[in-house]
Design a protein around this ligand. Structure first.
Ligand SMILES: Nc1ncnc2c1ncn2[C@@H]1O[C@H](COP(=O)(O)OP(=O)(O)OP(=O)(O)O)[C@@H](O)[C@H]1O
Ligand SMILES: [Mg+2]
Length: 467
């Protein structure tokens, strides 16, 4: 069932219940207070009659005209009275009750003998209901008469019937009007949801450039729209990254394959000396090594993406690790006449995986040496900053342009300067570095100027005990 129908139905049911309860209470209270008012006026009239009879010393009454002149309040047209003897027979009654006999009920007589007043309702066919009060007159312990005052409930019944009619007519109208209003409001409130559904369908169809128009209001719908747009933004970015990544990966793997294919074809064109074949095979082996490295690194990164790479969580003394890595990098630098200098060390322990941390620093130093000019210097320093170990690798090499600095951590990204500087490298090293630093809950930063050099800084949280 559509939400709009459901909302309207809920709303309608609740409103109908409220209206029914409200009307019932209104009707009952009105009926009760109208009837109470009638009873009260009967009681007052009867009390007046009794008082007059008392003033006359309870003399027997002669006839109704005398009675009427004695008790003007009994002459009111909306009331009638009867006076019964203790046996229950009528002695006198007012003229407006002459249509038919209205004997005293047995119950009224019994109650009169016990000296109490009684209210009764009576109903004769084809006449409005009556309300009666019967008051006993007792003198010196004897029941003298019973005074009965009555009135028709005509106007009360009429008022109640009219009230009922008004309620019965107005209730469905009110219900219908507010249901229509509810239907309209629900439709209005839900219209943006339909728009979102449509857009989501278009996006699901593959059009990731679609965005929803954000409504001006900052309500639930506005927030939903914004969240939805943010989600599509992220989807679009990651889709683009995946496409870029596969095209980069195939490209990186095709280059060595092309080289191998060309050299092999050339070698096979005519018979050659054994040494020539050896040269070709050696070159092919180099390309195979390169491809193996790319595939290994890709495998590592995709396993890291899926959270399948196991990481040790052991205390690692960074100072010793850095000294070790420094020795390794010095050998690396010697080949290209580049000095690697250990500027500072501090004793620092981090919790993590020693092999991965070694890979991190070696990657950074490899880059620093690779992108330095012959005869240059690479500095490495380990210092402590607040509760972090700070490892920085600084070179005075080719540097990185500002706009490239955020991209070099992407997979396969290599700057044009780097490509011109050296053919070695696939652009995966820094992605791996960033992943290692992040899995140690640290962060990796770069500061660089084109032509002047770069500094890569890894901030790693210290182990709790040494912090
Ligand atoms: N110290 C540096 N100086 C200048 N450019 C750098 C430096 N380190 C990294 N870069 C730039 O960042 C890019 C990415 O570095 P990354 O280490 O990921 O790849 P790579 O060194 O080219 O290849 P490899 O996967 O073999 O490490 C480099 O190609 C280069 O353009
Ligand atoms: Mg590298």
């Amino acid at each position: 069932m559509p939400l709009r129908v459901r909302l309207t139905l809920w709303y309608g049911t609740a409103l109908a219940l409220i209206l029914i309860i409200f009307s019932t209470i209104l009707y009952v209270i009105t009926a009760r207070s109208l009837r109470d008012a009638v009873d009260q006026s009967l009681e007052e009239t009867a009390a007046a009659a009794v008082r007059s009879l008392e003033e006359r010393g309870f003399l027997p009454l002669i006839d109704e005209t005398e009675l009427m002149s004695q008790f003007p309040e009994l002459a009111r047209i909306d009331k009638f009275f009867q006076i019964f003897s203790p046996s229950g027979t009528i002695t006198i009654r007012s003229p407006n009750v002459k249509q038919h006999e209205m004997p005293l009920s047995r119950q009224a007589l019994e109650v009169a003998y016990s000296g109490r007043t009684i209210f009764e309702s009576a109903k004769y066919p084809k006449e409005p209901p009556l309300r009666l009060i019967s008051v006993p007159i007792i003198y010196r312990g004897n029941l003298l008469y019973i005074v009965q005052v009555g009135t028709t409930m005509d106007s009360v019944e009429q008022t109640l019937n009219r009230l009922l009619l008004v309620l019965l007519v107005s209730m469905p109208i009110a219900l219908a009007v507010s249901l229509a209003g509810g239907w309209f409001m629900a439709g209005r409130a839900l219209r943006p949801v339909d728009a979102i559904t449509l857009a989501a369908r278009r996006i699901a169809g593959g059009d990731l450039t679609q965005r929803l128009t954000v409504p001006a209001s900052a309500d639930e719908i506005g927030r939903l729209t914004n969240t939805f747009n943010d989600m599509i933004d992220r989807l679009e970015t990651s889709f683009r990254q995946i496409r870029q990544f596969s095209s980069d990966a195939s490209h990186e793997l095709r280059t060595p394959l092309t080289v191998m294919k060309g050299e092999t074809e050339l070698a096979l064109r005519r018979p050659r000396e054994t040494d020539d074949y050896k040269v070709v095979l050696e070159s092919n082996l180099e390309e195979i090594d390169r491809m193996t490295r790319i595939v290994d690194e890709l495998l590592f990164l995709s396993r890291a993406d899926m959270g399948e790479v196991k990481m040790e969580h052991l205390p690692v003394p960074l100072d010793m690790l850095i000294e070790d890595v420094h020795r390794q990098a010095s050998l690396l630098g010697q080949e290209r006449d580049i000095k690697v200098v250990l500027r500072a060390t501090a004793s620092a322990v981090v919790v993590g995986d020693e092999l991965r941390l070694r890979e991190l620093f070696l990657n950074l130093l490899d880059n620093a040496v690779k992108y330095s000019r012959p005869g240059g210097t690479v500095d490495i320093a380990l210092t402590i900053e607040q509760n972090h170990a700070r490892v920085s690798v600084t070179d005075r090499g080719i540097g990185i342009a500002q706009e490239d600095q955020s991209l070099i951590f992407d997979r396969f990204y290599r700057t044009d300067d780097a490509r011109a500087h050296t053919k070695k490298g696939t652009g995966l090293g820094l992605s791996i570095c960033a992943w290692i630093v992040e899995s140690h809950r640290g962060h990796l930063e770069v500061q660089s100027k084109v032509g002047e050099g770069s500094t890569f800084t890894a901030m790693l949280p210290l182990a709790p005990a040494s912090a």
